[in-house]
Design a protein around this ligand. Sequence first.
Ligand code: NAI
Length: 377
Amino acid sequence: MAPLRVVITGGAGQIAYSLIPLIARGLVFGPDVKVHLRLLDIPPAANALAGVAMEVQDSLFSTALEGVLATTNDVEAFTGAQVAILLGGFPRRPGMERWDLIGKNAGIMKRMGELLETYASPNCKVVVVANPAQTNCYILSIYAPSLPRKNITSLSRLDHDRMIGMLLHEANSRLMSASAGNGSECVRKLTAADVRGACIWGNHSNSQVPDVSAVEFFVDGRWVPIESVIPDRTWLGLSNSLPGGGNLGVGTEGSLVEAVRKRGAAVLAARKLSSAMSAANAIAEHLSDWLSPEKSGHSPAVSMGVTTDGNPFGVSEGVFSSLPVRCTLGGDWNYDEGFSLTDDVRRHLEASVVELEDEKATALKMLEKAEAAAGSA
Ligand code: NAI
């Protein structure tokens, strides 16, 4: 069988550096699928990209990797691409307004959309990671009108996995101390496979809505509700009525919700670099749940940035948002209708969708401005 053609933009960047080995070892598209990687970056990063290509050769990846092309020619990189992993984007510089960043990246995504439309496989599957990820998906969808909208997704799996990681940390410490307290034998440590029902709704920004209201843990051979393991509703960000009226909930300070929203900033402050290993791992999980023959159709509900058009949750149409989906065999996905929104989650999600609509309007305005400037030059 011909190798799967996978393009990675931002190929010289730090996420690509962690992602390439996962793909090359067959951990993303399946051990039996041969991959031809096309690493694209911009000319100023050409030397760094050549260095990455040297390291790929030196790593003797022999199982899944059929070949590597490292290039600054975007047409060459996208020609025949069956999977596109879009990491390349303009980074935020000191003093730069968020809206400037959206405008710069809209220009990049416009070009990526045109490349997908003209040169990639007509059924190319896309994951956008470069920020603002969901709004970038929207811009892509305009400039790649022939590509099915369901083929365009963005990464919210990192936020999803951060939430699961924090839940597991809390649940395991409670289960261990309970078992030590009653003198029973050490309980089995819960892993990611023992958690279900978690979801991230909305934008990949501080307005995202990590939602644990439907979470269950697999403890002692059965699924139990989250509160039977972690009864602290305030930490979980679940709505609590207050004596004087009002309630705490998703927005509560010091809650899991706040920690998930700020995790990227915490990693950046500690590492002086943004999340890369965990981002690469989340991309690998996103793609393998969606596209690998071993996992697609067998995975639990996951969070993905997808089109809101036709969604069953009552989220406004016309944008891309993180929603719960189930991947089905053969590279498709469906909204997971088993999820429903609590009033509190809905209220916060609506605010996040307003932010997405603002980002979309800004991106379109900036593109219009750039086109007008190009026309008058
Ligand atoms: P990085 O700055 O290390 O690498 C980005 C690479 O993209 C650079 O090598 C740059 O030269 C390249 N690039 C810029 N414009 C390009 C273009 N037009 N075509 C091809 N390549 C281009 O960044 P890193 O850490 O690898 O992150 C990549 C993106 O992912 C960033 O936008 C970051 O904000 C985003 N991100 C998103 C996450 C999510 O959960 N959605 C999580 C972590 C990062």
